[in-house]
Design a protein around this ligand. Sequence first.
Ligand code: BTN
Length: 318
Amino acid sequence: MREKILEFLKKKQGYISGEEIAEHLKISRQALWKHIHELKEGGYDIVAVPHLGYSLQAAPDRLYGFEIASGLDTEIFGKKIFYYESLSSTMEQAMQLGLEGAHCGSLVVAECQTKGRGRLGRSWFSPKYKGIYFSLIIRPEIPPQQAPLLTLLSAVSVSEAIKNITGLSPAIKWPNDIILNHKKLGGILTELNAETDKINFAVIGIGLNVNNEEKSLVTGSTSLKCEKKESIERLGLLQEILRRLEVNYLGLERRGAQPIIKKLRHLSLTIGRQVKVYSHHRHIAGLAVDIDTDGSLLVRTEQGLVERVVAGDVTHCR
Ligand code: BTN
């Protein structure tokens, strides 16, 4: 109901009488008053003037589920949203919801995380209201060996969304780093609940620095605000990320990996670079020559051997 009230208030300029809203939404004046009270508690600046009615003056910068859902034209992603002011990690919550049978496309979003986690046991700094931190539960019909494609698909989707919303053009450091001007802007973490031949569900976790100030960023990272020199509306960006994720995900299921790999090759910062890779207790050094159709990185060593890296930690050399 809150979203309907907001939609109505946003549509109409100036004041609208309580009677008109209540009649339009077929609720009592008392119920309306209660919802308006809740919205105000949630940070909406709604002014009530006797004999005139209500007017929405300003909306807070929050990623409330009903705000994300409003105007989100996706088929599956974000159809069910779990919103939290604070969580230890959206991954933890999403893995639990996945076990409990949450539908494909269910979204767990938090305004901050106290134990945000990154790849390879690293942590993800998640200050309140500054970034976008979410985990998406999916149930892909692909074999577990193809799961790395989910990370790549997500990195492509985030880059596309950032470009569409801000005009900035981030690149991708294989496999999961979103990079802008040589600094890390965001990252992807994919976790699986799988058997040898079947993925029960996967959780794609995305963390993005959006409105962080330079002084409060981890060394070597940046935010959209720092690069664009203006604040970015997180809600619109999150909705666009979900749209791009869904388009690319359905594309993967229907047309296979080729279209995603093609996009990735264009966005890749890694291809053509001398790299050092640490993968499965092995160090590999050489020229990153390509990304294969299964998403693995192909590295040509000094001996002329092309090594296939499925997962690992990559360092770009000068
Ligand atoms: C990385 O670059 O190492 C991946 C970072 C992933 C961070 C996101 S924030 C939302 C989700 N919840 C987490 O705890 N981690 C991911």
